[in-house]
Design a protein around this ligand. Structure first.
Ligand code: NAI
Length: 255
C-alpha cells in the first residue's frame, strides 16, 4: 500500500496487520519503501522495491497516498500524486497481482466528486487517458485555485478507472473497487480546516453531514479491509461512499 505513514493509510496498515496480513508500506517517510510518488523516478523505485519485497506475488494493493486541496498549492502536484502516483504504480505491479490466486485493489476516491460542484471534467479525462502532462497543464491553469479544482477531478478519475477497467482486470482474477470517503479526521483535514479557502467549506460540509461528525480513519480501514478480502468476492468496479450520509443528503434519488 502507499500512504502508509499517516492518517487513513496508517489506520489501514494497522487494520491489515492485525488481521494477519504482511504489509509493504510506501511513503515519503516512515515506510518499508521510501519513495516520492509525484515523480517517475520515485514510482519506478517503488515498483522495483515492491517487486523485490513481495518476491513476485501480491494479494492486494491499496494506493492511498494523497495530497489535499489547499490555497496556492500547485494543482499539478495533486495530479501527479493522487492519480498518477496511484495508477502508474498499480500498472507497474500488475504482474505481481496476476500471480495471486485472488487479488484485490482498493483505490481511494472522495465524496468531493459528487458534492463539490463544477470540477474540471477535462482534467479527469486527461488523467484517465494517461496524459499526465496535459492533466498537469489543466490543473495549473487555475492558478492559486489549482489544487482545489484538481482534487475532486483526480478523485473522479480514480473512481472512473475502477469502474472502466474492472471488467478487463477481473479476467486476470483482479477485483478493483474504490472507496469515496467524506471528511475523515486526519492530518490532511486538520491542515485543510485552517486553510483560508477550504476551511470554511469544510466546516459547512461538517455542519450538513447527517451523522454530525467527521469520520475516523479506522472507519475507512474497516471498509478497505473488507474490500481487500475474499469476503468481498462479488465486488467488482464498485465505488462505495462512506461519508456519514452527506452524498445521500446531497443527491437523494439522483445518482
Ligand atoms: P494524510 O495527509 O494523513 O496522509 C497522506 C499520506 O500520503 C502521507 O503519509 C503522505 O506522506 C503520503 N504522501 C503524500 N505525498 C506523497 C508522495 N509524493 N509520495 C509518497 N507518499 C506521499 O491524508 P489522509 O487524510 O490519510 O488521506 C489518505 C487518502 O485518502 C488520500 O488519498 C486522500 O486524498 C484520501 N481521502 C481523504 C479524506 C479525508 O477526509 N481525510 C477524504 C477522502 C479521501
Amino acid at each position: 500500500m502507499t500512504g502508509s505513514a499517516s492518517g487513513i493509510g496508517a489506520a489501514v496498515r494497522a487494520h491489515l496487520e492485525k488481521a494477519g496480513h504482511r504489509v509493504i508500506g510506501v511513503d515519503l517517510r516512515d515506510a518499508d519503501v521510501t519513495a516520492d510518488l509525484s515523480t517517475a523516478d520515485g514510482r519506478a523505485h517503488a515498483i522495483a522495491e515492491i517487486t523485490r519485497l513481495s518476491e513476485g506475488t501480491l494479494d492486494g494493493f491499496l494506493p492511498f497516498a494523497g495530497v489535499a486541496a489547499a490555497t496556492g498549492r500547485p494543482g499539478d502536484l495533486l495530479v501527479s500524486v493522487n492519480y498518477f502516483g496511484a495508477i502508474a504504480v498499480l500498472e507497474g505491479i500488475l504482474p505481481l497481482l496476476r500471480n495471486s490466486e485472488s487479488a484485490s485493489v482498493v483505490l481511494v476516491s472522495s465524496n468531493s466528486t459528487t458534492t463539490q460542484p463544477n470540477w474540471p471534467v477535462d482534467l479527469a479525462e486527461a488523467c484517465l487517458a494517461g496524459d499526465e502532462a496535459r492533466a498537469r497543464e489543466i490543473a495549473n491553469s487555475f492558478g492559486e485555485w489549482g489544487a482545489i479544482q484538481a482534487y475532486p477531478a483526480t478523485k473522479a478519475a480514480l473512481a472512473w478507472y475502477a469502474r472502466t477497467r474492472s471488467a478487463e482486470l477481473i479476467k486476470d482474477g483482479i477485483r478493483i473497487n474504490a472507496i469515496a470517503p467524506g471528511i475523515i479526521d486526519t492530518p490532511m483535514t486538520q491542515e485543510g480546516s485552517t486553510d483560508p479557502l477550504t476551511g470554511a467549506g469544510m466546516k459547512g460540509f461538517l455542519d450538513q453531514t447527517p451523522i454530525g461528525r467527521a469520520g475516523r480513519p479506522e472507519e475507512i480501514a474497516e471498509l478497505a479491509g473488507f474490500l481487500i478480502s475474499d469476503r468481498a468476492s462479488f465486488f467488482v468496479g464498485s465505488v462505495i461512499f462512506c461519508d456519514g450520509g452527506i452524498d445521500a443528503a446531497f443527491r437523494g434519488k439522483d445518482w
